[in-house]
Design a protein around this ligand. Structure first.
Ligand code: NAG
Ligand code: NAG
Ligand code: NAG
Ligand code: NAG
Length: 216
């Protein structure tokens, strides 16, 4: 009985001390900050390079800055894994104005200004855990969808709807074997490119039965 009391007491003291340490130290050890993971340095660089390739006329990516102590997990549009700190999702959709009022013209101008343009930097390949990418309603000036997107093997959701791409759909997209959702709708994409992608979708749909595709 005495032994058990002693053990219990020791545990209580140990826990109390740990909590005190958590409260008192400026840089608490991991065990008390499990909820405060920060972004991975290489992924922060990848995002900054990606930003550099883009034209962002209305400065939507103002929070994406290169200061040493900023945490990219808190940047606009960025979602990290809250245990590992890896970037999981990038949400950079532009919203097309749906209001029908007399200010529609102004809304439309604001929309045009807020669309991302420029180039998609292959630095995105360094986001090895990225599962979600939404660049819908960007405006990539009729350029082809970058082939390297087909090498982002972790992607499960890719929304390039109305993103102003043109030309052939790169067959490399067929290599995204975890993809559940692909939206290439509303673009200027050439139809003969669709054929190879459809062939691949047939295969994927046959294998897993639940890929959702919007190509209209
Ligand atoms: C971590 O993420 C999971 C799943 O998204 C969520 O359920 C959980 O509440 C998050 N935990 C913290 C501490 O944010
Ligand atoms: C993909 O983007 C389009 C345009 O922004 C949007 O309407 C659609 O809902 C998106 N798809 C999903 C599944 O979020
Ligand atoms: C868009 O493409 C056209 C035709 O190729 C070119 O003249 C123009 O400079 C491009 N604009 C931008 C912003 O890259
Ligand atoms: C796509 O996958 C095939 C087979 O795994 C491979 O041979 C090819 O190099 C891959 N292409 C790209 C662009 O990753």
């Amino acid at each position: 009985m005495m032994m058990m009391m002693m053990v219990l007491l020791r545990i209580i003291i140990a826990v109390t001390l740990s909590l005190l340490l958590c409260l008192l130290t400026m840089h608490p050890p991991n065990f008390c900050t499990a909820t405060e993971v920060r972004c991975i340095e290489s992924e922060r660089h990848a995002l900054l390079n990606f930003k550099q390739g883009l034209l962002d006329p209305s400065n939507r990516l103002a929070s994406w800055i290169a200061a040493p102590d900023v945490d990219c997990c808190h940047w606009v549009g960025v979602v990290c894994d809250n245990r590992t700190g890896h970037v999981l999702q990038v949400h950079l959709r532009t919203f097309y104005p749906l209001t029908n009022d007399h200010q529609w013209g102004a809304h439309y101008e604001a929309y045009e200004r807020s669309r991302f343009r420029g180039k998609i930097n292959p630095s995105l390949l360094d986001l090895k855990y990225l599962i979600y990418l939404d660049l819908s309603y960007s405006y990539f000036n009729y350029t082809q969808i970058p082939k390297f997107l087909g090498s982002m093997r972790s992607l499960r959701y890719l929304n390039l709807s109305n993103a102003g791409f043109g030309g052939l759909i790169p067959h490399q997209l067929g290599n995204l074997s975890d993809l559940h959702y692909l939206n290439l709708g509303g673009g200027y994409i050439q139809l003969d490119g669709l054929f190879s992608v459809y062939l691949w979708f047939d295969r994927v749909v046959a294998i897993r039965g639940f890929l959702f595709v919007e190509l209209a």
